[in-house]
Design a protein around this ligand. Structure first.
Ligand code: G3H
Ligand code: ZN
Length: 284
């Protein structure tokens, strides 16, 4: 299939009461793990590349990998830019064939975030690309985007209402207690805040930093209307954990395929579990 936009997968998810996983990819094996999981689970899927992934793998490589994967799959696939903070880079992603982009203006004052997000939307819409934005600050560290925990601020529902109305954005990432990376303790999500945001807006809601969030909390978030769930760290841990195990057990191995094939399978297993947890399995 050709790449689809966020609305093509999040619209049915909102109606059907489930969420679609947005999985971060940095290399070929992880792209393959995500696509094979989606096909085997009959699930729509969002494959996303961060600025760090683009820096590592190269924009053309990422696009070619995901397009090839999507063309050979019979489930809907979105190619999405994750946390694009640089306007020029967001434009480059659009030009190179991403079907969706995130413009992350969460460090900007509200007015400037609205202004910049609207600029991106005007251009993206003209060429059929969807846009996710962020309001509030999600804690933790992810690639080039680092927010001090003390600066991590939850999304104000009133601001979310204004932001959604003024921009008409396709999806909105909110801060309700999740953080990027490995949690030090158990994350506590602010569900009343999520509920209030859903009451005041009709924009699809995105949960970032979802690795390590207990399954029950994820189920509750989906019940309250979260329709895109971002997972990176859980994939990294599954992939690298298996790779490390392989090297411990086979210290003399010099064949990268023998290391990467089980690492890919380990990533695929966790991705499939997430698709079942989010309720997207069987929906494509
Ligand atoms: O944008 C990507 C995510 O928010 C991933 O967060 O690494 O905590 O799963 P995570
Ligand atoms: Zn994120």
């Amino acid at each position: 299939m050709n790449l689809v936009r966020l609305g093509d997968v999040l619209g049915p998810a909102e109606k059907g009461g489930y969420a679609v996983g947005a999985f971060n990819a940095n290399n070929m094996e992880i792209v393959q793990a995500i696509i094979e999981a989606a096909v085997e689970e009959r699930s729509p899927v969002i494959i996303q590349a961060s600025q760090g992934a683009i820096k590592y793998a190269g924009l053309e490589f990422i696009v070619a990998l995901v397009k090839t994967a999507a063309q050979n799959a019979d489930v809907p696939v979105v190619l999405h830019l994750d946390h694009g903070t640089d306007f020029a880079q967001v434009m480059r992603c659009i030009r190179h064939g991403f079907s969706s982009v995130m413009y992350d203006g969460s460090k900007l004052p509200l007015e400037d975030n609205i202004l910049m997000t609207s600029r991106v939307i005007e251009i993206a819409r003209a060429v059929g690309v969807s846009v996710e934005a962020e309001l509030g600050k999600i804690g933790g560290t992810e690639d080039d985007v680092s927010v001090e925990e003390r600066d991590a601020l939850f999304t104000d529902p009133r601001e979310a209402e204004i932001f959604a109305r003024e921009t008409g954005v396709d999806a909105l990432a909110i801060a309700i207690g999740t953080a990027h990376g490995v949690y030090k303790g158990e994350p506590k999500l602010d569900f009343p805040r999520l509920k209030r945001i859903r009451e005041l807006t009709d924009v699809p809601i995105v949960l970032h930093g979802s690795s390590g969030v207990p399954d029950d909390a994820i189920r509750q978030a989906v019940e309250l209307g979260v329709s895109k769930i971002n997972i990176d760290t859980d994939i990294r841990q599954a992939f690298m954990g298996k790779a490390a195990e392989h090297m411990r057990e086979n210290p003399d191995n010099i064949d990268p395929r023998k290391l990467l094939a089980p690492a890919k399978e380990s990533a695929k297993k966790i991705i499939k579990e997430k698709m079942r947890l989010f309720g997207s399995a069987g929906k494509a």
